[in-house]
Design a protein around this ligand. Structure first.
Ligand SMILES: Nc1ncnc2c1ncn2[C@@H]1O[C@H](COP(=O)(O)OP(=O)(O)OP(=O)(O)O)[C@@H](O)[C@H]1O
Ligand SMILES: [Mg+2]
Length: 292
């Protein structure tokens, strides 16, 4: 759809959330000859750019306001403009558009502005990485874990492997809503290679570091995030249970502790098979601990 002023809307929210009807149904976006400039304080197509939130290896995320509806958003754009970078960037859109869950980041809009594809996400308050630096009631930490496991269960049920579960990729919204984001490294479990060691070394399962990902390697990373939330310390490998800093939690909540121990087993066969099994085990354990 051409709307003039160099803006081409690929999909808007409603259509995106209903997608995909067909895999690979993404229109091809040709790399622009010159990279359009995105400057804070200026407009970029319909977006008013406010500030840079983050810049990673492949993309940058800016806080922006969509002037069409005056809604704040996190606007993600590829860092480089060559065809491979553009294709990889839109692959993230294609994967996210298969997901629809309370604890997975939805896409508000995807469009091409002056030749550059951008994805607008609802603007969260902060990442869990930032949130974790401040005091957090134990019940809230447990509830973030529940939300993370529940989102992961959905991702796996849709056949995807996230490959980069870590606090920076978990965004906190008002009312303590947690959403999983950043599908830049995600894999389709049905098609494509599951051989990759891209990810974040600290959170990687041993077999992921050796180049092989599966739903079990996501379970490991999510288990580590849970341990970090509950102990406020990053556990050292090989883990000794209860983890340092988790003694009081382990005494109060032995069943939940056992779930986390299994989730972070170094042997993938000892772990839960996928996010669904992990989420179910965690919610059973939570009930057991509450009843004890
Ligand atoms: N919807 C959002 N609301 C608020 N902040 C966000 C949102 N999405 C992303 N961020 C922030 O931007 C950072 C980078 O986002 P994301 O991980 O999606 O981009 P990336 O290009 O893959 O970056 P990286 O390579 O650093 O992972 C996140 O860690 C988070 O701090
Ligand atoms: Mg990220």
């Amino acid at each position: 759809m051409e709307t003039g002023a160099g803006l081409r809307v690929l999909f808007d929210g409603a259509a995106v959330l209903g997608a995909p009807k067909r895999r690979g149904a993404l229109p091809r976006v040709r790399s622009p000859r010159v990279r359009p400039v995105m400057r804070c304080g200026r407009r970029f197509g319909p977006y008013r750019l406010i500030r840079k939130i983050a810049q990673g290896g492949f993309g940058r995320v800016l806080e922006a306001v969509d002037t069409r509806d005056d809604l704040p958003c996190a606007l993600k754009a590829p860092l480089r403009c060559d065809q491979t970078s553009i294709d990889l960037f839109l692959r993230e859109y294609e994967l996210v558009s298969r997901l629809r869950h309370r604890h997975v980041m939805p896409i508000a809009r995807v469009e091409v502005i002056l030749g550059l594809p951008v994805i607008a996400y609802p603007l969260g308050r902060e990442s869990l990485d930032e949130r974790i630096t401040r005091p957090m009631p134990a019940e809230l930490a447990v509830d973030y874990v529940r939300q993370l496991f529940s989102g992961l269960a959905h991702i796996h049920a849709r056949g995807l492997i996230h490959c980069d579960i870590k606090p920076e990729n978990l965004i906190v919204f008002p009312n303590e809503l947690l959403r999983i984001t950043d599908f830049g490294l995600a894999r389709d479990g049905h098609i494509g290679s599951l051989n990759t060691n891209s990810g974040t070394p600290e959170y990687m399962a041993p077999e992921h570091a050796d180049g092989r990902v599966s739903t079990r390697s996501d379970v490991f990373s999510a288990g580590l995030v849970a341990c970090l939330l509950l102990t406020r310390q990053f556990p050292e490998r090989p883990f000794t249970w209860p983890l340092p800093g988790m003694e009081r939690f382990a005494a109060r909540a032995p069943a939940m502790t056992e779930v986390l121990r299994r989730a972070t087993a170094l042997d993938p066969q000892e772990r839960y098979i996928h996010g669904g099994a992990l989420a179910r085990a965690f919610s059973c354990a939570r009930r057991l601990d509450a009843a004890a």
